[in-house]
Design a protein around this ligand. Structure first.
Ligand code: C2O
Ligand code: CU
Ligand code: CU
Length: 507
């Protein structure tokens, strides 16, 4: 019954937006026509919450990168990778002020890495492409948790294989717990504080996908980024979760390789965004749509207190409404798929019992000191472009670890604040991610960022023909051996070299 409803809603959604208009593109090989349709409506899985164990003042986590097989409903099981499980990984709960040790055992038969996206850690702990973990090896890394409470995530960063490793299923959330004394927010994991890892997949009827068996997607999918018509949340197809009849916190990660989501509820109810990538915003921002690019996180407060018990609320992506901000011209038209032009279900929620704590939404969150443009000691231009079937930053590509063109390899004295002027001359939007430091947007096309983008960010979506100026202060420990990365978070673009690096050096 639930399955039928999920499927019908999905088909109606896509159909209603004009399937006839977009069908020719799909038939041409880019989009839903390539994959099978899978009915959703199963239970929303909750990634296990891992608190680690204190050993001599250090909090120890053990993670195992392993193979698995999962039946997503395609018609046959899918071969997967997972972190301490068959698909995705546990949520790591960290506490500010603590020291953390993470032992990552690679039980796969290939080399990979594990990167802490959004975390400020020494370069040699960052888990980027320079810190590989060979098959069978264990990588042990340690760092201090210094950041404000936030939702971050982890995923592999293996050179030329990041997209495949994430697509196979390696990713998970990191939560730095709320500070005592800050406004009371829902914080009962899995009850009124729900992680939502959103991914799209393209499954074939035999359970394979374009990255199965070490394969590579076709040229068109490398350019558009690999997108599919099956939406997974926490590893299940358009699942149904239970929320309390009260204030609920959703920690949303766009863990997709390439797809943007323009999230909203089926009944168009308003909700509050309380945090961006780097933690709490200054004040909750009321909205009905949340545009979330690959790599970005947002924490939302949704009020279900006026809903009837057992009522059902759907979470959808109204992608078509954001189309003009994401795609432009002939190139954009070619790179968009049917879902980019339409709207579709992502998940649904059944209203359950009373919340663990009766809370009302705070009106203030946390003061954020705005960085001043005058604090920047230098300016860098980053031009993102696409041509001849490839993707570039400053007309350069990072195609190997050893020699990186100067246009995308920077030495930055520790403590310097820089102004990065990021522009996009291609026909599609690119999410730029900078490792290690949370940054602030100064302006977008000369206009101050809207409140939801005025907090701390580590990933920013740069639309076609737009110019985003951001301020970033490179605090950290100087290290000549290991760099940090910056790159487009469309993982096919990252793998194709739309990436650069920086070393924090002695001032
Ligand atoms: Cu989320 Cu360099 O990555
Ligand atoms: Cu990162
Ligand atoms: Cu890109």
């Amino acid at each position: 019954m639930a399955d039928q409803i999920g499927r019908r809603t999905f088909l109606e959604a896509v159909g209603a937006v004009g399937l006839s208009l977009v069908l020719p593109l799909g038939v041409a090989g880019c989009g839903r026509a390539d994959g099978v349709d899978i009915a959703g409506g199963g239970q929303l899985p909750m990634p296990p919450l891992l608190e680690g164990e204190l050993q001599g003042g250090v909090r120890l986590f053990r993670l195992r990168l392993q193979t698995g097989a999962v039946d997503f409903g395609a018609g046959a099981p899918t071969a997967t990778y997972g972190v301490s499980g068959a698909y995705l990984g546990p949520t790591l709960k960290l506490r500010r002020g603590e020291r953390v040790r993470i032992e990552v055992t690679n039980a796969l038969d290939e080399t990979t890495t594990l990167h802490w996206h959004g975390m400020e850690v020494p370069a040699r702990s960052d888990g980027g492409p320079y810190q590989t973990i060979a098959a069978g090896a264990t990588w042990t890394t340690e760092f201090d948790v210094t950041q404000r409470p936030l939702t971050a995530w982890y995923h592999p960063h293996q050179m030329h294989a990041t997209a495949r490793h994430v697509y196979m299923g390696m990713a998970g959330l990191i939560v730095v717990e709320d500070d005592p004394g800050t406004p009371a927010l829902p914080a009962s994991y899995g009850i009124d504080d729900l992680p939502l890892v959103i991914q799209d997949r393209r499954f074939f009827a035999d359970g394979t996908h374009p990255y199965s068996n070490g394969q590579h997607p076709a040229m068109h999918d490398m350019m558009a980024g690999l997108k599919g018509s099956t939406i997974l949340v926490n590893g299940a197809v358009v699942p149904r979760g239970v929320v309390p009849r009260g204030l609920t916190r959703l920690r949303v990660l766009n863990g997709s390789n390439a797809r943007n989501y323009n999230l909203g509820f089926g009944d168009d109810r308003g909700f509050l965004q309380i945090a961006s990538d780097g933690g709490l915003l200054a004040v909750p921002v009321a909205m009905t749509r949340l545009l979330l690019a690959p790599g970005e996180r947002a924490e939302l407060l949704v009020d279900f207190s006026a809903d009837p018990t057992s009522g059902v609320v759907t979470l959808r992506s109204y992608s078509g409404e954001a189309f003009a901000a994401l795609f432009t011209g002939q190139m954009g038209d070619n790179l968009a798929d049917a879902l980019d032009r339409g709207s579709f279900d992502v998940a649904s929620f059944v209203i359950g019992g009373a919340p663990p704590r009766a809370l009302s939404a705070p009106t203030q969150l946390e003061a954020i000191a705005r960085m001043a443009e005058s604090s920047a000691v230098r300016t860098r231009q980053l031009v993102m472009s696409m041509r001849m079937g490839s993707v570039f930053i400053n007309a350069a590509r990072m195609t190997e670890l050893a020699s990186v063109p100067a246009a995308i390899s920077y030495d930055i004295p520790a403590g310097d604040t820089e102004l990065w002027v990021v522009s996009n001359t291609s026909g599609m939007a690119h999410p730029l991610h900078i490792h290690h430091r949370q940054f602030q947007l100064l302006d977008i096309d000369g206009v101050a960022p809207p409140p939801a983008l005025a907090g701390w960010k580590d990933t920013v979506l740069v639309g076609p023909n737009r110019v985003v100026r951001l301020l970033v202060s490179f605090a950290g420990v100087a290290d000549r051996e290991f760099p940090y990365m910056f790159h487009c978070h469309i993982l096919e673009h990252e793998d194709d070299g739309m990436m650069g690096r920086f070393f924090i050096v002695q001032p």
